[in-house]
Each structure stands twice: as structure tokens, then as C-alpha cells.
Design a protein. Structure first.
Length: 298
């Protein structure tokens, strides 16, 4: 199936709205924001009544040599500020980008760090705590972002941007989706990604959802697409990157998905409204836990 396409990090094709796409064009890849998905999720800033000022939010990202990564992180920080104008939001990076954690964390007394990570893998378990210790910062760290219904809603949004009618149950029932993650050497992190895929299929009624990885483990995106095409109910395939920002691994996924002729290729999660809400939820949860701990030790 042919689709109009845009390439990650590049402007859209000059084809007109009614132009017929080239038969060998890569799968359509959506960009831009749609209206935020409605859902019964915790609203930003809904932590229990606080006796102390709202703690600043320190958004911790991995960092990348690809400038699109930092631009996406800063766009997400701006989305959080728009939802919670009262909340001071600062970003810091583990590597490659500035400012680094050591430059920011020591001066944010009373802050709560929220890691911009989908799974509790090596960065969450080791790198971030080590960086905060090296900086001499005792600030608490919130839970990672996944799993969460808000992430599933963001994945829906990104697939909808490719032209796939995710709101139609009949379309979902004939669509097989590859949830394409970075991949980890930690088996528990990969198991969590598989659980997200299973939940996404269960709650949305996709014909099938399987996982693929850009590094560290298998299956690859082409292998996952081949698996989906063997499922009798699958008539359309889609690849949804389970990644937060553009960079080397998302580009690897996009290249593999295009070469394997998927019908729909979604962009990364990026500065989706659901992610901004989720960051505020994790911040509120950590603030409530910090308050409770302080009350018990008072």
C-alpha cells in the first residue's frame, strides 16, 4: 500500500494534497499534534494538599549528539510548563547535552527529579542515581514513565497521525502493530515492553501487537513485521516507535520499517500532550511520597 511520506527530521514531501504518491514511496509517517486524547487519568497537580511549596521539577533526560533529541526534550518541558505555569521546570542531561546533572541538581534544593525514561532499565537503576550521588544531590527521583495508560494514548495519537483510523474498531481488528523499542540488556525491561504491547492489544482490539528492538536484543523490526504478516487477521501493518525523542535508534527503526514495507510508520512519542500530563503525574506521586515520608519521620 502506498502512502505519502515524511522522513524523520526532514520537511514533508512537496507533493500536493491531491497528488498520487510514487508507488515505491516509503510508508506514510505523521507529524504534528492532534487534539489531546480524552481519558480518565490523574490530572496535573492533583497531589494531596501540601504543607510546603510545590517542589520544582527536574526533568532528567539521557542526552544525544543528535540536536533533535534536546529540542524534543525542551519542547516537552515547555508543554509541562504550559499545563502547570506555577511549577518551576528545569532540564538536565546524563550525557552529550548541556546542562549536565552535576551542573543543575545541587542548586535545586527541595526539587523532585523525574526521569524521561520509559522503562526501569540500566539508566534508571544505575546511571541516574550515580549521577545524583556524584553531584552531592539528595533530591528524590520519581518513577519512570512506563507503563501507563497515557503512553498508550500517546501511541494511538502518533499512529493516527499517519492516517490510520485508530478510532474505528474494524480498522484496529485488521491491523497488526509492531511496538518498536530501543531494547535493553536487562530482561526485566524487555519483559515490561512486551507487557505494554499485550495491554495495548487487549485494550484497543488490534489484530496483533508484537515487539521489536533497535539494539541489544531481538526480534528486529523486519522479523516482527514478518511475524505479523503470518497472522490471518492482519491486513495492514504499522510500526509504532516506543521511544521519546529522535536520534540514532529511532532512525534505525524507521529505516528498517521502510525497507520492510510497513503500511504505516509513526513518529516517536515526542512532546505529546499525554507525556506532559504523565510527567506531572509522576512528579505529584513522588511529592506525595516525600511528604508522607517526612511526616512519618517528623
Amino acid at each position: 500500500m502506498a502512502h505519502r511520506t515524511t522522513t524523520p527530521g526532514h520537511p514533508a514531501s512537496p507533493q500536493g494534497r491531491g497528488a498520487r504518491p510514487h508507488p515505491l514511496s516509503p510508508p506514510r509517517q505523521g507529524h504534528g499534534e492532534l487534539r489531546a486524547a480524552e481519558g480518565h487519568h490523574p490530572q496535573p497537580g492533583t497531589a494531596p494538599a501540601r504543607r510546603t511549596p510545590v517542589p520544582p521539577l527536574l526533568l532528567l533526560a539521557h542526552g544525544s549528539r543528535d540536536p533533535r533529541h534536546a529540542a524534543t526534550v525542551e519542547a516537552l518541558a515547555d508543554a509541562v510548563r504550559a499545563l502547570a505555569p506555577h511549577l518551576p521546570v528545569t532540564t538536565a542531561y546524563l550525557d552529550h547535552c548541556a546542562p549536565r546533572i552535576a551542573q543543575v541538581a545541587p542548586r535545586l534544593t527541595g526539587a523532585i527529579a523525574v526521569p524521561l525514561l520509559l522503562n526501569r532499565a540500566f539508566h534508571a537503576k544505575h546511571d541516574i542515581p550515580a549521577a545524583l550521588r556524584a553531584a552531592g544531590s539528595p533530591i528524590p527521583v520519581a518513577d519512570v514513565l512506563g507503563p501507563s495508560p497515557l503512553l498508550l494514548a500517546a501511541l494511538d495519537r502518533r499512529l493516527a497521525e499517519t492516517g490510520l483510523d485508530v478510532a474505528d474498531p474494524a480498522v484496529r481488528a485488521r491491523t497488526g502493530v509492531v511496538l518498536a523499542a530501543a531494547g535493553s540488556s536487562d530482561p526485566a525491561a524487555n519483559a515490561t515492553t512486551r507487557a505494554v504491547a499485550a495491554e495495548w492489544r487487549r485494550t484497543r482490539g488490534w489484530a496483533a501487537v508484537t515487539t521489536a528492538y533497535a539494539s541489544a536484543t531481538t526480534p528486529t523490526v523486519p522479523d516482527a513485521l514478518a511475524e505479523l504478516r503470518a497472522v490471518p487477521a492482519v491486513r495492514t501493518t504499522a510500526v509504532a516507535p516506543y521511544l521519546l525523542a529522535p536520534g540514532l535508534l529511532p532512525d534505525r527503526i524507521a529505516t528498517a520499517a521502510t525497507a520492510a514495507a510497513t503500511d504505516h510508520l509513526a513518529p516517536v512519542l515526542g512532546a505529546a500532550p499525554e507525556l506532559a500530563r504523565l510527567l506531572l503525574t509522576r512528579h505529584a506521586e513522588a511529592a506525595a511520597t516525600t511528604d508522607a515520608t517526612a511526616a512519618r519521620t517528623a
